[in-house]
Ligand binder design. Structure first.
Ligand code: ADP
Ligand code: MG
Length: 256
C-alpha cells in the first residue's frame, strides 16, 4: 500500500501506535534490553511473557519513560518519547500504566484518585472530571466505593480503581505489568474480566502476565522474552501449541 501523505513522521505508518526500534538498555554491566524491535498497532493486544528477570518490566517502563534507554528509538503515535517537562507528562498520560502493586494515592479517596490526573495533566474542570471518574468507576464495577480510601478496598477493587484512573486520561495505549500477580486468587478474575472488556472495546494493550488463559483469549500476539531479548513472537495459538524456541518450550513446560 502506498501512503501518499507526507508528514515529518512519515517513517511510521498510521496504524503503528508504539514502535521500538533497536532498543538497548543496560543496568551497569547487565544488558537488560537487547536489540528490541517491537511494533504495536492500534487496537492490538500484545501479551508479553517470559521468565522472571528477562526484562519485561523494564520494557514496560521504557515505553512510558520511567526508564531511559541507551540506544534505539521509541515512538508513540509517531512521536519520539519526550525527554522531560510537560511533554513528558502528557506522554505519560497517553500511556496508561497499571502495576502489580496498585500504586493508588493512599491519602486520597477512590474518586479523587481517578479525578486528580484529569485535573492536573489534562486540565479538565472539576465537575467534568468527577462525572468521568464516576462513570469509569461504574464501568470497572467499583462505583459504590467512590468515597472510600484505597486501604478500605480489597486488592481486586484497588486494581480496578487503578485501571479506571489510567483510563481517565484517555490513554492511547495501556500497559499492564503483572496486574494480577499481587492478588489473592479469588480476585484475579474480576480484574482480568475488566481487562478482557477493555480489549473487546478496542483498547491497544501491552500486558505482562502469567495468566495464560487471558493470553489465549485476549491476545492478538504473544511476545516471549528471555535474557533481555525477544526470542519469539506468535499468535497465542501458535505459541502455546507449537513454540519454536527451546527457551519457550522450557518456559511453557514449567508453567502449563
Ligand atoms: P522481569 O520483569 O522480566 O522480571 P525486570 O525488567 O524487572 O524483569 O528485570 C530485568 C533484570 O534487570 C533483572 O536482572 C533485574 O534484577 C534487573 N533490574 C531491574 N531494575 C533494575 C534497576 N533499577 N537497577 C539494576 N538492575 C535492575
Ligand atoms: Mg517484572
Amino acid at each position: 500500500m502506498t501512503d501518499v501523505s507526507v508528514t515529518k513522521e512519515d517513517t511510521v505508518p498510521p496504524g503503528d501506535l508504539v514502535v521500538l526500534k533497536d532498543v538497548n538498555k543496560h543496568f551497569g554491566a547487565l544488558h537488560v534490553l537487547q536489540d528490541i524491535d517491537l511494533t504495536i498497532t492500534r487496537g492490538e493486544v500484545v501479551v508479553v511473557i517470559g521468565p522472571s528477570g528477562s526484562g519485561k518490566s523494564t520494557l514496560c517502563r521504557t515505553i512510558n519513560r520511567l526508564e531511559t534507554i541507551d540506544a534505539g528509538t521509541i515512538t508513540i503515535d509517531g512521536k519520539p518519547l519526550p525527554q522531560e517537562g510537560k511533554a513528558l507528562a502528557r506522554l505519560r498520560a497517553d500511556v496508561g500504566m497499571v502495576f502489580q502493586s496498585f500504586n493508588l494515592f493512599a491519602h486520597k479517596t477512590v474518586l479523587e484518585n481517578v479525578m486528580l490526573g484529569q485535573i492536573k495533566v489534562r486540565r479538565t474542570d472539576k465537575k467534568q472530571a468527577e462525572e468521568k471518574a464516576r462513570a469509569l468507576l461504574d464501568r470497572v464495577g467499583v462505583g459504590t466505593q467512590a468515597d472510600k480510601y484505597p486501604a478500605q478496598l480489597s486488592g481486586g477493587q484497588q486494581q480496578r480503581v487503578a485501571i479506571a484512573r489510567a483510563l481517565a486520561m484517555d490513554p492511547k495505549v495501556m500497559l499492564f505489568d503483572e496486574p494480577t500477580s499481587a492478588l489473592d486468587p479469588e480476585m484475579i478474575n474480576e480484574v482480568l474480566e475488566v481487562m478482557q472488556q477493555l480489549a473487546r472495546d478496542g483498547m491497544t494493550m501491552i500486558v505482562v502476565t502469567h495468566e495464560m488463559g487471558f493470553a489465549r483469549s485476549a491476545a492478538n500476539r504473544v511476545v516471549f522474552m528471555a535474557d533481555g531479548r525477544i526470542v519469539e513472537e506468535a499468535t497465542p495459538d501458535q505459541f502455546f501449541s507449537n513454540p519454536r524456541s527451546d527457551r519457550a518450550k522450557d518456559f511453557l513446560s514449567k508453567i502449563l
